[in-house]
Ligand binder design. Structure first.
Ligand code: FAD
Length: 395
């Protein structure tokens, strides 16, 4: 039976980043991807900051960047709007097909073997090796990296999933460089509707929410906005927080498979991609030094960077999930009548939402009327956020 150092199950962004790191260290790594083409189907909005992209070791080349975003227009259920500037945060929209292919190409150049059309049907940890079965082959590896996306998250985690769909549409109502977000907890419970422009007249229109029918809603939205649909994808989004353990003996879990998507927005390219990067380095160290304990460095480091961040985001999600539409309207009024947004502009960070959340808590300390208004949205959770903020080390 064929034995390699590492098998990566799943050739999405996180699996490919992991494979790149492992191959770069000179070890033998094989990526098994069930789909027939890397990067297809594109189940993603593609929003990421340039800072996050470079942290993953990539540059915003023309090939992988579809558009640059300057800000967002956020709508309340009754149609009030607030505009958020994001020029300083340098947010871009990725062409996910090209992005994934670019990652595959880099991994391959370092020596990774990538096989498409190979569905991993069984994974068995046996003493010092992991046995991996696909339809046509049986092979073994010293370490198996599970990067199979949300299909790998345990069934018991259903409460963290939101129903979601995203259409590529031609339309004329949105601006070329502004994302639109529509908040309405009756339409999209616990989430929102988004419009991510790709160019003049073309955008990704998506919606997610708990227990909703995203296709029915998007079909209605498209009709109301006289848009033309050129592509549809349906895929759940996970916002339930990171898994308790990323490492199970010689099986290492990364990306969506480890719940590494932001509990606020479900974004996972950066947080899961960093999982892949850190896992790849720890796997390499562990095999090169013949030290199984070196694997732990992956989990320790990921939690050091994102552990508190995810706790804060989960608390913020709790506040949002509890909000009725009336509460969202009140929140819009509070924001419109204060200077919250201007003060957030310099501080807010696209990747680390806790920075913006803590900034709002700091403003509450200074402004009792703002504090009173925000406490109405969920006093216990805001107090919990204060407690967490005290524990977060100041840089
Ligand atoms: C509608 C939508 C919009 C999103 N928008 C954004 C966004 O704007 N920004 C952002 O940062 N994140 C966004 N995300 C999240 C982001 O797409 C994911 O977090 C990211 O793609 C996770 O990468 P991954 O490699 O862990 O998983 P995936 O990209 O899902 O890759 C897993 C791979 O494993 C393969 N696979 C599955 N099972 C098997 C098997 N048995 N054998 C072999 N291969 C298998 C799959 O075919 C797939 O290629 C969005 C998600 C959705 C659904």
């Amino acid at each position: 039976m064929e034995v390699v150092d590492v098998i990566v199950a799943g050739g999405g962004v996180c699996g490919l980043v992991t494979a790149r790191e492992i191959a770069a260290s000179g070890l033998r790594v094989t990526v098994l991807e069930e789909d027939l083409e890397i990067g297809i189907p594109e189940k993603c909005g593609g929003l990421i900051s340039v800072k996050a992209l470079t942290s993953l070791g990539l540059f915003p080349s023309r090939k992988i960047v579809k558009n640059e975003i300057k800000g967002a227009v956020v709508y309340s259920p009754l149609g009030s709007k607030v505009e958020v500037e994001a020029t300083k945060q340098r947010v871009i929209v990725l062409d996910r097909r090209e992005f994934d292919r670019e990652l595959a190409h880099i991994a391959e150049r370092y020596g990774a073997l990538i096989e498409v059309g190979q569905r991993v049907s069984s994974i068995k940890a046996e003493d010092k090796l992991v046995k991996v079965e696909t339809e046509r082959h049986e092979r073994s590896a010293k370490i198996l990296v599970d990067a199979r996306g949300i299909s790998s998250l345990k069934h018991g985690r259903q409460s963290g999933f939101l129903q979601a769909a995203q259409y590529d549409v031609y339309g004329s109502w949105f601006e070329r460089d502004r994302v639109e977000l529509y908040l309405d907890n009756r339409v999209a419970p616990g989430f929102f509707t988004w419009v991510i422009p790709l160019d003049d007249g073309i955008a990704r229109l998506g919606v997610a929410g708990k227990g909703m029918n995203p296709i029915k809603f998007l079909d209605g939205f498209v009709k109301d906005h006289k848009a033309t649909v050129i592509k549809k994808i349906v895929s759940p989004i996970y916002v339930g927080g990171a898994s308790e353990n990323f490492i199970h003996g010689n099986i290492v879990v990364v990306g969506d498979a480890a719940g590494q998507t932001k509990p606020t927005t479900g974004g996972g390219i950066f947080t899961g991609g960093m999982g892949g990067l850190l896992a790849g380095r720890a796997v390499s160290n562990s095999l090169l030094l013949n030290d199984p304990s070196a694997l732990r460095e992956y989990e320790v480091e990921w939690r050091r960077i994102f552990g508190k961040e995810f706790m804060v985001m989960s608390q913020a999600r709790k506040i949002y999930e509890k909000l009725e539409n009336e509460g969202i309207e009140r929140l819009f009024k509070t924001v419109a009548s204060s200077n919250i947004l201007e003060r957030l502009e310099d501080k807010a960070d696209f990747d680390y939402h806790s920075i913006g959340i803590f900034q709002i808590l700091a403003m509450m300390k200074e402004d009792p009327s703002l504090a009173l208004e925000l406490m109405k949205l969920g006093a216990e959770v805001i107090l919990e956020l204060f407690k967490i903020s005290l524990k977060v080390p100041k840089e």
